[in-house]
Design a protein around this ligand. Structure first.
Ligand code: AOF
Ligand code: ZN
Length: 362
């Protein structure tokens, strides 16, 4: 096997490890690390839930003395800063690792090349860029927040056979089946925050929590775009705000209503535009935002070029007259998106689209 093929094989394992904690290490990215000695994996690490410890010291601890002269595969450049834990680059040097293979350089201004420099200064052989594309995907939220100052936005849409998202004046209409709903809950668990417009909050009265066995504590922050402060204090969102945080992003509205929401534990923030809200969320360490409705919010975000990924479910259910048309369907996608995955989820079809980097389509 060539060195590159071997590097890719172990980096794939590091990426796979990193995927197990996506969305649950924020604001830290979920990083994977494997340590290989004489063709055998002797240590594994993934950023711990909550963000610390980092991946590398855990892999080094597992490898013990076998780390000496070994190769470490890390999905992100090892850190160089003294944060809440000592720098991982120093731990790698101290462990006597001979070679480090990195997928992605860390854009965090506290690191940004300094981690690689510590390794090179210690005469460690460094290879960068192995499986970069795949690793970037697993850290999409973190990288988007660091480089764009906003969270990575994933739009989830469930579209009926006749291109509708629901029916006017009716609450939640079942478009997808139970398997798709479970998959949506998994996507929620991988997200730091979840956003709906006030129209959806009023029509559906959704709870927007994760209700999957074992992932009940992975519910993201719930956000309502509530320009005129209309979220009812009796809504499921408001009445559960003390157990899972809720933010109402308002631009106007009565002080009395705001106070009533605040009494219930809802945080009311002033956000004039969606860009302001996204910037505020990024400042708070929200790296990944899932948007679950409705049609107006989806159209607005698409028009502003603020959607990075689309999870599109197609079902065979027909809505008929009085339907709310989806801004996009599989046949009518906005320009600049490519399909990266397609699979059956129960009776429904899931397609995942990603925005092409601007440089790829000029
Ligand atoms: C690593 N390995 O597993 C992760 C890294 O708040 P702190 O001190 O934990 O530092 C957070 C930064 O550490 C984060 O912005 C990113 O630069 C890096 N994350 N680095 O060496 C890891 N998760
Ligand atoms: Zn570190």
């Amino acid at each position: 096997m060539s060195i590159t093929a071997r590097d890719e094989r172990y980096m794939r394992e590091a990426i796979r490890l990193s995927e197990t904690h996506v969305g649950r290490t924020g604001p830290n990215p979920s990083v994977g690390c494997v340590i290989v000695k004489d063709g055998e994996i002797v240590g594994r690490g993934v950023t711990a839930l909550g963000g610390r410890p980092h991946a590398e010291p855990q892999a080094i601890a597992e490898a013990g003395e076998r780390a000496r002269g070994a190769t470490a595969y890390v999905t992100l450049e090892p850190c160089s800063h003294h944060g809440k834990t000592p720098p991982c680059a120093n731990a790698i040097v101290a462990a006597g690792i001979a070679r480090v293979v990195v997928a992605v350089a860390d854009p965090d201004p506290r690191v940004s090349g300094r981690g690689l420099k510590i390794l090179a200064d210690a005469d460690i052989e460094v290879t960068i860029g192995i499986l970069q594309k795949e690793a970037r995907r697993a850290m999409g939220g973190y990288l988007t927040r660091q480089t764009k100052g906003r969270p990575q936005v994933t739009l989830k849409l469930a579209v009926s056979a006749d291109g509708m998202l629901g029916r006017l004046g009716e609450g939640q209409v079942a478009i997808t089946g139970p398997e798709a709903r479970a998959e949506v809950h998994r996507l929620r668990a991988e997200s730091d925050a979840i956003l709906v417009g006030i129209g959806t909050a009023l029509a559906d009265d959704p709870e927007l929590t994760v209700r999957l066995p074992g992932l009940e504590d992975a519910s993201p922050i719930r956000i309502v775009l509530d320009r005129r402060a209309e979220l009812p204090p009796t809504s499921k969102l408001a009445t559960t705000a003390k157990s899972v945080p809720v933010i109402a992003a308002v631009a106007a509205g009565s002080t009395g209503h705001r106070l009533a929401l605040q009494d219930l534990g809802v945080e009311v923030v002033d956000a004039v535009g969606i860009e302001d809200l996204l910037a505020l969320l990024a400042q708070r360490g929200v790296s990944s935002l899932m948007v679950e409705g409705g049609a107006r919010v989806a159209s607005d975000l698409l028009a502003r070029g603020l959607v990075d990924r689309i999870h599109l479910y197609d079902s065979s259910v027909t809505i008929g007259p009085g339907g709310i048309a989806s801004p996009i369907t599989a046949d009518h996608l906005p320009a600049g998106f490519v399909r990266v995955d397609e699979r059956k989820v129960g009776a429904d079809r899931l397609q995942i689209f990603e925005r092409l980097p601007a440089s790829a389509w000029v």
